[in-house]
Unconditional design. Structure first.
Length: 190
C-alpha cells in the first residue's frame, strides 16, 4: 500500500518485522488515549506498560495478517518516537463476510490532535481495505461523543446504539454507537 501523506505527516502499514519495535510507542498512544477518557476498551488505572502488553498480545495476529496496523508519523522521522497515531484494520474471516472489515483503535496522541491526523489515518485505512477487496467498514464508538461526530463527518452511517454498552476509563457505563461505511461511496471532502 502506498504511503498517504500531508505536509509533515505520513501514514504507512507496519510490517510484521517492524511491529514488535513499535509496541512500546503504541503502548504510549493507548495509555494517552485511556488517560484522556477515550472509550477504547480499557479502564483506569492504565499505563504505558499496560498499553505495550496489549499491543504485544496482538503480535501473532499481526504476523499472520489478520490484523493490519497503520501508523502516522510526524516530522519526517522514521523511528518509533515519530509515531503520533495509529489505526487497525481487522478483516472479517468468515467466508460469508469476506467483503467486510472492522476498524479498531484509532488513536492520536493528545499533542497531535486537531491537525488532520485522524482523518489521514481513516483515509489510509479505507484505501488499505479497498486494496484487500473489502467494501464495507464497520466500527463502534462512544455514543453521542466527539468520536461519533467525527465518523459521521467522514462518511460513516449510524446502524444503531446500545445503552450501557461499556465502561468509560473512569468506570461509568456509556452507550455505544455502531457505524458502517460502504467504500463504493466517496468520503466527504475535508
Amino acid at each position: 500500500m502506498p504511503e498517504r501523506t500531508r505536509p509533515g505527516c505520513t501514514v504507512a502499514l507496519v510490517g510484521p518485522e517492524d511491529y514488535r519495535a513499535l509496541c512500546p510507542r503504541l503502548g504510549v498512544l493507548l495509555a494517552d488515549a485511556v488517560r484522556s477518557g477515550a472509550g477504547v476498551n480499557f479502564v483506569l488505572p492504565f499505563d504505558e506498560a499496560d498499553g505495550e502488553a496489549y499491543w504485544r498480545g496482538l503480535d501473532e495476529e499481526v504476523t499472520a495478517g489478520r490484523r493490519l496496523v497503520l501508523v502516522a508519523r510526524e516530522g519526517g522521522g522514521d523511528g518509533p518516537q515519530a509515531v503520533v497515531g495509529t489505526v487497525t484494520l481487522v478483516p472479517a474471516t468468515m467466508p460469508n463476510q469476506a467483503h467486510r472489515a472492522d476498524v479498531a483503535k484509532l488513536l492520536v496522541h493528545r499533542d497531535h490532535r486537531r491537525r488532520g491526523v485522524a482523518t489521514l489515518l481513516m483515509r489510509a485505512v479505507a484505501g488499505l481495505a479497498r486494496s484487500r477487496d473489502r467494501t464495507l467498514l464497520t466500527l463502534d464508538c462512544v455514543a453521542d461523543g466527539p468520536e461519533e461526530a467525527f465518523y459521521r463527518g467522514i462518511g460513516f452511517t449510524v446502524a444503531g446504539r446500545i445503552p450501557g454498552y461499556a465502561r468509560s476509563p473512569s468506570g461509568v457505563l456509556e452507550g455505544a454507537t455502531f457505524l458502517y461505511r460502504h467504500l463504493d461511496a466517496p468520503a466527504p471532502a475535508g
